[in-house]
Design a protein around this ligand. Structure first.
Ligand code: GRF
Length: 220
């Protein structure tokens, strides 16, 4: 009998603060020998998420923009830290910084973002308020391969969330966040299993059928 002992896929996670998506991914990975969380990096000072990751025994880094004289030099330093971990994938798990084209191209096919809207609707900030202002009945979140265009790129998975008449932006954000916590770990598992990759034509290739549409249910 041949035992195939593949080494785990290596993930580096970038966060900006709270890190609840990162926590959902790390918690899922605890039962997965095929996933190694190599490091969590934050660009925000004293971020809550970094404290939590450190408590879990994960290697953490804080990299502050004020210590760099340009966006390019910051991104080069960030790239150097990430490359040191030789990750298979870099996850933007609530990472609220615009990245330079050079950085994005360096990690092409390995860089994945979650955005709290049904892209291509509502890129940028305040997506839940944007959705309320537009009067849409359906909102949600998207996981995509990152391209140099902000909140743009081949879509791996989306979650659909109803917008209620009475919703405030924060109520809607809470409903979307529940789906983020479900969908992001699921996609990380697909990546670990080699089920999803970026094709040469910028298309998403699924090696076998996986759930790529998630629907909010009141029952959770
Ligand atoms: C999430 O809604 C994410 O989609 C957005 O910022 C939020 C970050 O939350 N980009 P957290 O840091 O994962 O808790």
């Amino acid at each position: 009998m041949t035992v195939v002992n593949q080494s785990p896929k290596r993930f580096v996670l970038l966060i900006s603060g709270r890190g609840s998506n990162m926590q959902a991914i790390v918690n899922m990975a605890k039962n997965r020998p095929d996933i190694h969380i190599a490091a969590v990096i934050s660009h925000a000072k004293n971020s809550q998420g970094l404290v939590w990751a450190k408590e879990q025994g994960i290697t953490v880094h804080e990299i502050l923009h004020k210590n760099y004289d340009s966006r390019e030099s910051f991104d080069m330093a960030l790239q150097g830290i990430i490359d040191g971990y030789e990750p298979d994938y870099v996850l933007l798990a609530g990472f609220m910084r615009i990245l330079t084209e050079k950085f994005v191209r360096h990690f092409q096919g390995r860089l994945i973002n979650i955005h709290p809207s049904l892209l291509p609707s509502f890129p940028g900030l305040d997506t839940h308020q944007q959705a309320l202002d537009a009067g849409v009945k359906l909102h949600g979140c998207t996981i995509h391969f990152v391209t140099p265009v902000l909140d743009h790129g081949p879509i791996i998975a989306q979650s659909a969330v109803p917008v209620l008449e009475t919703d405030t932006a924060s109520e809607l954000a809470g409903r979307v966040l529940q789906m983020e916590h479900l969908m992001f770990p699921a996609v990380v598992a697909y990546l670990a299993e080699g089920l999803v990759e970026l094709g040469d034509n910028g298309n998403v290739i699924y090696k076998r059928e996986v759930q790529s549409l998630f629907m909010f249910s009141q029952k959770g």
